[in-house]
Design a binder for this molecule. Structure first.
Ligand code: GLV
Length: 378
């Protein structure tokens, strides 16, 4: 990993090492990908104020996330199918996060099950929930997360209907992932990936298989989501979830001030400003565009996390400057996982940490608490 100097290098290695269907699943966005691009472009528009001759010898990335100490204001977001980017990918990503002192969020749509990860790591991780039509199953999934001592529940609220990702359809992205003849040529050129995935515990959705009807038939991902996800989900269901889940609750996928107000009243401890990495409502604003107004409206009442578009420590600094308390990364670490398993995820986290500490130094800031809108030029 010594010539890897930025997340883009990990992305390129991921692209070369992992079959196209899985790389594209992580990399691409929905429809015309306008929101996917806006996330990046709008972050890059934000310019820093360079400050000089300030003592920056005591730079410190430590912070608190939901009241728990964290080594830096960074969280690994829930990402589906990590075990298809690298065998046992969820376990590798969780271990890398825990070694770095930051939270890892396991996706409902993981290859490893909650129990697989719990047995493989020492510390608690977060669990992300999708609510499906079979509420009995969802209750049991939350109870499994409680039994595994997960330390926060991240309820994703922006994917009850699935924004179409053209690439997934063109690539025949199926669930469970299908080892079809058409994919064999691609697989044959990626022997290390094949060996790793074959060594992994599972090759299908570990949390769902055997529990949820239809989870063992092969269907195109979007068709399967359309048949399983509960489109009746509404704010009143948050109370039902809170009646089962006693711990910290995070609502992920808030992009509008009115929804942020409802989130602040919902009893959740945090909300994540997110457009699902440009994978859902194409034409929605970038997450960074709406962050300041959401912070203004509810930042004093609920912890605000930021997601969608972060590829560097500079981007983390930008989101913190505009009022987020911490940032989630998805693709940035998925690229690392595809590029090199646990070491690749560790590299992604380390790159972002080093970029953040350098950016703080060049902006004349020593602590995370000092990062506010005074570090950016308006
Ligand atoms: C699932 O969360 C996805 O974005 O594919």
């Amino acid at each position: 990993m010594k010539h890897i100097t930025c997340i883009e290098d990990l992305r390129e290695l991921h692209r070369r090492r992992v079959p196209k269907a899985f790389f594209d699943y992580a990399d691409r966005g929905s429809y015309a990908e306008a929101t996917l691009r806006a996330n990046r472009e709008d972050l890059q528009q934000i310019k820093f104020r360079q400050r000089v001759l300030v003592d920056v010898s005591k730079r410190d990335l430590t912070t608190a996330i939901l009241g728990e100490p964290a080594a830096m204001p960074l969280i690994l977001a829930p990402v589906g199918l990590l075990g298809m980017q690298h065998g046992d990918g969820e376990i590798h990503a969780c271990r890398a996060a825990q070694a770095a002192g930051i939270p890892f969020t396991q996706s409902t749509m993981s290859i490893c099950s909650i129990e697989d990860i719990a047995a493989a790591v020492d510390k608690p991780f977060w669990f992300q929930l999708y609510v499906m039509k079979d509420r009995g199953f969802i209750k049991s999934l939350i109870e499994r997360a409680i039994a595994a001592k997960c330390s926060a529940l991240v309820l994703t609220v922006d994917l009850q209907v699935n924004g179409q990702r053209h690439a997934d359809i063109k690539n025949g992205m199926t669930v469970p992932p299908e080892w079809s003849v058409s994919k064999l040529l691609d697989f044959a050129s990626k022997p290390a990936w094949v060996a790793g995935v074959l060594r992994g515990k599972r090759r299908t959705f570990g949390n769902l298989i055997g529990h949820l009807k239809g989870s063992d038939d092969v269907t195109v991902l979007s068709t399967w989501i359309a048949s399983q996800f509960d489109t009746t989900l509404s704010w009143k269901d948050i109370d039902w979830i809170r009646s089962i889940w006693p711990g910290k609750l995070i609502l992920k996928g808030i992009l509008d001030v009115e929804d942020a107000e409802l989130a602040a009243k919902s009893g959740a401890q945090a909300l994540v400003v997110s457009n699902h990495g440009g994978r859902q409502l194409d034409g929605a604003p970038s997450s960074i565009e709406v962050l300041p107004e959401i912070v203004d409206a509810v930042g004093a009442r609920i912890e605000i996390m930021f997601d969608s578009g972060i590829r560097s420590g500079q981007d983390v600094m930008r989101a913190l400057a505009l009022g987020a308390k911490s940032c989630m990364i998805g693709r940035a670490y998925a690229y690392g996982l595809g590029a090199g398993g646990q070491a690749g995820v560790a590299k992604a986290i380390d790159l972002i940490a080093k970029e953040l500490t350098t950016t703080m130094g060049l902006c004349g800031v020593n602590t995370v608490a000092e990062i506010d809108d005074s570090v950016v030029a308006v």
